[in-house]
Every structure is written in C-alpha cells, then in structure tokens.
Design a protein around this ligand. Structure first.
Ligand SMILES: *Cc1c(COP(=O)(O)O)cnc(C)c1O
Length: 494
C-alpha cells in the first residue's frame, strides 16, 4: 500500500506520509487505491470490540507497520483514556436516527478519536524513518483540534507541539482548555485573525525554505496534527466502520442495507473519512454535509462553484467557522479520478482568486452522493431545544447543525433511510449557547457556574475533563499577528 499526492504523483509509505504530514508541493497524501473489506471480514468485525476493529482498519492502510505496532498504538490510544468502554457509542434518538457519540474522550470532542492515536502512529513512524529528528507538530485550530492535539502530544518524547488559535474565534471553555495545558514540550499562542488566517499561516510556514533550514539546523522537522495529515483520517474511518458493525449487531440494519451519514462539517475531514469508509465497502448511500452560516460547502455542493470570497461569520458552532475546507482537496482528487494536474489547477485558482468551479462531470458525481445544507444559530438552538424536549437528549451546537440539516434533507427528499449523525462535541463545551437554547433564565457570569446550571437543567453530568479545569493556572498568554507566527515558532524552538 502506497500513498500519492493530490497535486502531483509521488510514491511514499504510510509512515512517511504520517511523519511529514503534507506533500512538499503543498498537496495532501492520499492512498493510491482503497483496500476493501470482504463480507466475511465485515461479519467477523461485527463481533469485535472497538480496538480490534480499529486494528483491522489501520492494518489495511498502514501496511508498513507490524501487527504488534498497530496493536500497541491502538491500545495506547483507547484503553483507559475515554469515559466509556467503547470510545464511539451509538445512541438511538428515534425516527430512524442514531447519534454516533464522538465526545467521550479526554477533551470532549471528536478530535480525540484521531488525536489520541496520532502521537503513537507518528512516533512509531519516526522510529522507522530512523533519522532521529525531533518532530515539531504545528497546529492551527478552530478550537477543538488544539486541545485534543495538546492532550495527545503533551510530554511525548521526540516531539514538540505549537498550537495557534483565533483569539476571538473559540468558546470560553475551548480557550481555557488550551491556555492551561501543561507539558514541557507545548506552546500555545492566540493570533489576531480567524481560523483561516491561522491555517494558511501554518501552511505557509510548513513550506517556507528559511524555516526548513532553521529546523534542520536544530535536527527537527515539521509535522502536522491537522486533518491534512493522513494519520488523522484513518482513525476517523474506524468509527464509521465500527458504527456500521454496531448497527448490524443491534439489528438496526441487515447486511447490505444502506444508510446515510450526516456530518457537521468545517474542514471536511470527518465527512471525508465517511467517504473513505464507503470506498472500503461500508454501504453508505448519501453524505449529508451540514454547515453553519459559513455555508461555502453548501453552495459548492449545490452549484459546483467553490467561492471563499464572502463574509466570514463568527457563530455558536465555532469549530465549523471555516471558509477554506482543506480536506475537500482529497474529495476533488477522487471526483476527478485521481487527476492531480486538475486538482493542482483548482488549488492554484483558489489561492489566486479564492474561487474555482469544477467541471460538469465532477459535479454530477458529487451530487449523486452528497447533499449540502446549512443552518444559522437560531435554527441550531431550535434543534437543541426540540431534541431535548422530544427525546430528552442533549446535544451541542455543532451536532445541532447536523440534526437540523438531517431533518431538512428528509423533508426535501423523502429519503427515510437510517441517518447516522456524527455528534462531534459535548454540549458542555458550548454551555452558554446551549443554555440559551434551553432556557430564558439569565446566565451566571462564571464559566463553571454555567456548567453547573446546564447539569441541573438537564439532569446530565458535567464531564470530568471540563470540571477538572477549575483552578488550573493560565500558562499561555501570547497573542500575535499572523505575520509574527514564524517568529513565535523560532522563539519557542530554540
Ligand atoms: C472540528 C469540528 C467539526 C468540523 O469537523 P471537520 O472534520 O473539520 O469538518 C465539527 N464539530 C466539532 C465539535 C469540531 O470540533
């Protein structure tokens, strides 16, 4: 199994792809072809637990890792780190809808499923590479990736991690999680700008020649914990495969029954993992891509025109406040049947004019499998309130976007197939907005009093990782302009 690039042909092992993060021309690593599960393999996986299923999926892609290495990675990542025996349980919320709960990990968002595993995959890859370089993990975050990556990489030998977050673009709880992070190898910095500024800044630093030289002189090299790293995607494929197995096991589906997935989307990593799961033989009919008011993807799916030249909104689902969806590049690669020249041309147009239009053939393929929908904060709050009133089920502001768009999809199409809805964060991470959806009562000023109020109102429990932040000292106070990001990194790495 080898990996190639979205913008040019290369041929590398999975360990190389994971260790380097990004192709040197700025493209993303993608598998040369997709491994498929036989019906027998799927039958066996139904009887396995999450870790064994993860080993199965990983072993199909990471053919240069030994079975023992994969097992060590998986067990290190998922044994004892989640609040639940199964890291990604399903919850039946009625009307043929299942919540795929991805927030039972140490930072209460779905990023944990990949970022608890990535440090193991990466350090194993570095050992194989054998040049003894220290990996510097650069992260741009819209809120959840940052903390999840910090939690995964803190004090991991042979690594340093630097996280940039938009100063006004994350929730209070997300910010608190990051600025209190302990660890000898961690740096956290706010930037004056939005997530796209942080992400493009990180991408530029990645491919900057002077920076590369600086790192080499210190025997270091960059890697990425953002979803541009293939090592982030495989662990996400696992939970779609695992959810399918769970639905076969509990009788929600019979072998061969198709279902739809609904994913609250920003950078397009999570939904792309579902596409990869389908490529491996999981019978997903439709990918329902749910956006908030930053609905660049809804327009793209409906018209074939990707246009980031539009107003950027700060919403109550901040982890989806993104106008440049970097993993879409991997979908373009698939839609064009692996035409890297074409993808490179679209990406150049995006860089130069902020806009590109795919051809009619690609658009037809896109629309045969994808539905794009969006909803604003008010509709999101409506979805939270309805779901709690009707089903006594509490969801966060991101998941709410998916719930609202899932209902729109059914109304518009009459497609009654089972909907697997990715529930991407704990409601407690976004307590003020969730409370606003549930009650008119005035909110207390203190962040932890808000958590207590949500617990009391809903009869649910404050997740321990959030409750435990109380009293943690603020360790990271830097805030820089986008132009100063490289300087910040140099300062932290000497
Ligand atoms: C990151 C994130 C998303 C968006 O996921 P992508 O893979 O970037 O599309 C949605 N919800 C939450 C809570 C997130 O943290």
């Amino acid at each position: 199994m080898f990996f190639t690039g979205t913008r040019s042909e290369v041929k590398v092992s999975s360990a190389f792809a994971i260790a380097s993060g990004l192709v040197s021309d700025g493209g993303l690593f993608v598998p040369q072809e997709f491994p498929r599960f036989t019906p027998e393999e799927l039958g066996e996986m139904v009887e396995m637990d999450y870790c064994r299923r993860a080993e199965k999926v990983l072993s199909k892609y990471l053919t240069d890792y030994s079975a023992e290495e994969i097992r060590n990675c998986v067990e290190g990542a998922y044994k004892g780190t989640f609040d639940h025996d199964e890291p990604a349980p399903l919850s039946d919320i009625g009307e043929n809808r299942r919540m795929l709960e991805l927030w039972h990990g140490p930072t209460c968002a779905f990023k944990d499923l990949a970022l608890q595993l990535l440090p193991y995959l990466l350090t194993t890859a570095l050992k194989k590479g054998g040049d003894g370089k220290e990996a510097v993990i650069l992260v741009a975050t819209s809120g959840d990736t940052g903390k999840a990556a910090l939690s995964g990489f803190a004090d991991v030998k042979g690594t340093k991690i630097v996280v940039f977050y938009p100063v006004d673009g994350v929730s209070d709880m997300q910010k608190r999680q990051m600025i209190t992070q302990k660890g000898g190898n961690v740096s956290v910095c706010a930037i004056r700008g939005n997530f796209d500024d942080a992400q493009s800044g990180v991408k530029e630093i990645f491919t900057d020649a002077a920076m590369k030289e600086f790192l080499e002189s210190g025997n270091m090299s960059f890697s990425s914990a953002n979803s541009i790293n293939f090592g982030r995607l495989v662990p996400q494929v696992v939970y779609y495969v695992s959810a399918y197995c769970d639905m076969l096991k509990d009788g929600t589906l019979k072998a061969g029954d198709e279902f739809n997935v609904v994913v609250p989307t920003g950078n397009f990593g999570n939904i792309l993992a579902a596409v990869y799961a389908k490529k491996m033989g999981i019978p997903i009919a439709k990918f329902i891509c749910a956006s908030n008011k930053n609905n660049v993807l809804t327009d793209f799916i409906r018209t074939g025109v990707y246009d980031r030249n539009r107003k950027f909104y700060t919403t109550e689902s901040p982890s989806m406040d993104i106008l440049i969806s970097s993993n879409l590049e991997r979908l373009l690669y698939l839609l064009s049947d692996g035409d890297s020249g074409k993808v490179a041309a679209y990406m150049a147009e995006l860089k130069n004019s902020g806009k590109y239009a795919i051809d009619s053939e690609m658009l037809a393929k896109l629309q045969s499998e994808f539905f794009g929908g969006c909803c604003d904060d008010e509709s999101g709050r409506g979805a939270i309130a309805d779901l709690f009133r009707e089903r006594n089920y509490l969801c966060d502001t991101h998941t709410a976007v998916a719930v609202a768009v899932a209902a729109d999809y059914r109304r518009e199409t009459g497609d009654e197939r089972v909907q697997l809805i990715a529930s991407t964060a704990s409601a407690y991470k976004f307590a003020p907005a969730v409370l606003k959806a549930l009650t008119d009562r005035p909110l207390p000023a203190d962040d932890f009093a808000k958590l207590a109020m949500l617990a009391e109102l809903t009869g649910t429990e404050v997740p321990a990782p959030l409750a435990n932040l109380k009293g943690d000292e603020v360790l990271h106070k830097d805030c820089v302009n986008k132009e100063e990001m490289a300087e910040f990194i140099r300062r932290k790495l000497v």
